[in-house]
Write a protein that binds this ligand. Structure first.
Ligand code: ATP
Length: 201
């Protein structure tokens, strides 16, 4: 069997990843979402959830038996050892789930959308990477509007994410999302043709 051509799609908070991946889907391309995989591996009944409970206690479990993400985030924020323990548990499981999703795809290529593509080993699963890049002032305005939060809160999140220029250097392809949504769609349509050509070649 021929192996699947995978394009990793990333970008900072509110950069336009969802608008972009929705368009790839409309073009008939399977989209695998790393955020979904990261939730699936800790669902109720999954071994990773039991391991997390055994390590951190019942504090990290909600009344309905599901993971208390806010509590877990709080713990690992203050404890580097706990953070690396959690990452070494979850990253291989997330990677395997992503791989299973990629393997089951029948489209011409696959988009792997991940906010942490370059921060994890996920970029290694990709033949190419595509960054949705946006100037910071626009990023702050759009995200604050979408999430109905103060601009200062968005600025803090941006500061905690990988530097924009670092991502630009790492990405094979960069689409700048500084115009209308219709401009972004047109740019996706154009790069889709390029990916189809690469896949056929
Ligand atoms: P997150 O990582 O936070 O999930 P994201 O990268 O998926 O964000 P989107 O949700 O696609 O980003 O876009 C952020 C917001 O900006 C959305 O409300 C979206 O509709 C809007 N948006 C995206 N592109 C444009 C654009 N070119 N013009 C105006 N609004 C836009």
């Amino acid at each position: 069997m021929m192996s699947m051509f995978v394009v990793g799609l990333t970008g900072g908070i509110g950069s336009g990843k969802t608008v972009a991946s929705d368009r790839f889907e409309e073009l008939g391309i399977k989209v695998v979402d790393a955020d979904i995989s990261s939730r699936v591996v800790v669902e109720i009944g999954k071994p990773a959830l039991s391991s997390i409970e055994a390590k951190f206690g019942s504090d990290v479990i909600l009344d309905d038996g599901s993971l208390n993400r806010a509590k877990l985030r709080e713990i690992i924020f203050k404890d580097d050892e706990a953070k690396s323990w959690l990452e070494s548990l979850l990253h291989p499981l997330i990677g395997q789930h992503i791989l299973d999703e990629i393997t089951s795809a029948t489209s011409k290529y696959v988009i792997l959308v991940s906010p942490l593509l370059f921060e994890t080993t996920q970029f290694q699963m990709c033949n190419r990477t595509l960054l949705i890049d946006v100037p910071k002032d626009i990023q702050i305005l759009r995200t604050a509007k979408r999430d109905k939060v103060p601009e200062s809160q968005v600025e803090k999140i941006i500061a905690s994410q990988m530097d924009r220029n670092q991502k630009i250097r790492k990405a094979d392809d960069v689409i700048v999302n500084d115009g209308e949504i219709s401009d972004l769609i047109a740019k996706i349509d154009e790069i889709h043709q390029k990916y189809i050509a690469l896949t056929d070649g």
